[in-house]
Design a binder for this molecule. Structure first.
Ligand code: HEM
Length: 143
């Protein structure tokens, strides 16, 4: 009888503990890759990759890099589900007039992939970022 009561009490305790433990919200990609530090590492790597690539750097010759770094960080943070607000211009407005062709677009994506890999993102994580950016492609090409 005593054993039965003890067992029942134990089961009740387990049940109460399970109920009291809040179910954790699924982690965002932003949190999964390491938050703000990783976002900033990707952006810094991306800027380096651009500066080493003559064909792509020519687009950025007159760009204020300080502003680009800040806005790209925000954009990437939002794209990965992070707690940021994007305060830059729309992708259409920013890339309008640059007449970016498909080859240069693909090269830039390769530079971003390399920047993400160097910041430690796995292939699946890189692909999740690219999937979010893919619909924006139409606002950047041939504008
Ligand atoms: C991969 C997708 C891309 C994303 C997510 C992206 C995102 C951005 C962001 C967030 C900014 C800053 C916006 C602001 O200052 O308000 C920016 C600026 C810029 N982007 Fe992109 N971009 C992409 C592809 C490209 C490509 C393919 C090129 C050219 C080959 C390019 C050239 C530029 C240039 C030159 C600027 C600076 C414009 C200025 O000086 O005002 N971007 N981009």
């Amino acid at each position: 009888m005593v054993t039965l009561v003890k067992t029942s009490l134990f089961a009740l305790c387990l049940f109460l503990v399970a109920c009291a433990t809040p179910s954790k919200a699924p982690e965002s990609l932003y949190e999964e890759i390491g938050g703000q530090a990783t976002i900033e590492a990707i952006t810094n790597n991306f800027i380096k990759e651009i500066s080493f690539n003559e064909g792509i750097y020519r687009y950025f010759e007159k760009t204020n890099i300080k502003r680009f770094r800040e806005k790209f960080n925000e954009h990437l943070c939002v794209s990965t589900g992070g707690p940021c607000t994007y305060t830059g211009d729309t992708m259409l407005k920013v890339h309008q007039g640059q007449k970016i062709n498909e080859t240069d677009f693909n090269t830039t994506v390769d530079l971003l992939v390399s920047a993400m890999a160097k910041a430690g993102l796995t292939y699946p994580q890189q692909n999740r970022v690219l999937k979010v950016l893919a619909p924006m492609r139409k606002d950047m090409l041939y504008k």
